[in-house]
Design a protein around this ligand. Structure first.
Ligand code: ATP
Length: 199
């Protein structure tokens, strides 16, 4: 059976922290593919992305050259009706289009601790296994406050040895100051420069 990791995010821009998270998830859980899926419109983030969706997808395509298991996917493109994209809808679509696969949703601790604000959290936990990756500044023991049943908890797998103090927000700030942060892969940095992003 194909075991597919889903790695959704804004990727504004994608960075080496994302790459390390995706690799660790694939290595630790034997995933044959990691689908990187930029989100068209994230419902929970207070501000919209700075780069266009097409630009974020183009940068994700470049990052996916880093590992043979990585696949860039346009499955969560902006909706025609202007509404936000919900993970529950994405999972439903992917499962319908690719029967017989096992699905692993990969998220950082910050995202997972927010689970109760996601659309249909109970259903989300039924639709996939979850890989929750530690992130500096976010206390994974707070998962206990989410009130998961034991069946739900059995589908949540922690990756606690990742310590990546990198965020896209900090990288955008650095780029704005004219720096060339090492956490931005060189092809992505070239793309950012060519398209005048994050100035
Ligand atoms: P921003 O700063 O713009 O919010 P971000 O990198 O936190 O950016 P996304 O691009 O949406 O946000 O991240 C995609 C996924 O990767 C999310 O699940 C996020 O939690 C996770 N992630 C991002 N950076 C890290 C990190 N340094 N350590 C662990 N997980 C991370």
């Amino acid at each position: 059976m194909r075991s597919i990791g889903i790695f959704g995010g804004t990727f504004d821009p994608p960075h080496s922290g994302h790459i390390d998270v995706a690799r660790a998830a694939a290595d630790n859980f034997g995933l044959s593919e990691i689908w990187w899926i930029p989100v068209g419109r994230q419902p929970l983030k207070p501000t919209p992305p700075q780069a266009f969706y097409s630009q974020r997808l183009a940068m994700v395509r470049m990052v996916c050259e880093a590992d043979y298991r990585f696949v860039a996917s346009g499955a969560d493109a902006p909706r025609g009706d202007g509404q936000p994209n919900f993970t529950i809808d994405l999972l439903q679509t992917l499962r319908g289009e690719n029967p017989g696969c096992s699905w692993w949703n990969i998220v950082g601790a910050d995202s997972f601790l927010d689970l109760r604000r996601w659309k249909q959290p109970e259903q989300l936990l039924n639709f996939a296994q979850w890989i929750v990756v530690s992130r500096p500044g976010f206390d994974l023991s707070r998962i206990n406050d989410l009130g998961l049943t034991s069946a739900q908890s059995s589908r949540v797998h922690l990756l606690t040895d990742i310590e990546e103090p990198i965020s896209a927000t900090d990288l955008r700030d650095a780029l704005k100051r004219g720096e060339k942060p090492g956490a931005v892969p060189p092809p992505v940095l070239r793309y950012i420069e060519e398209h005048g992003l994050y100035r």
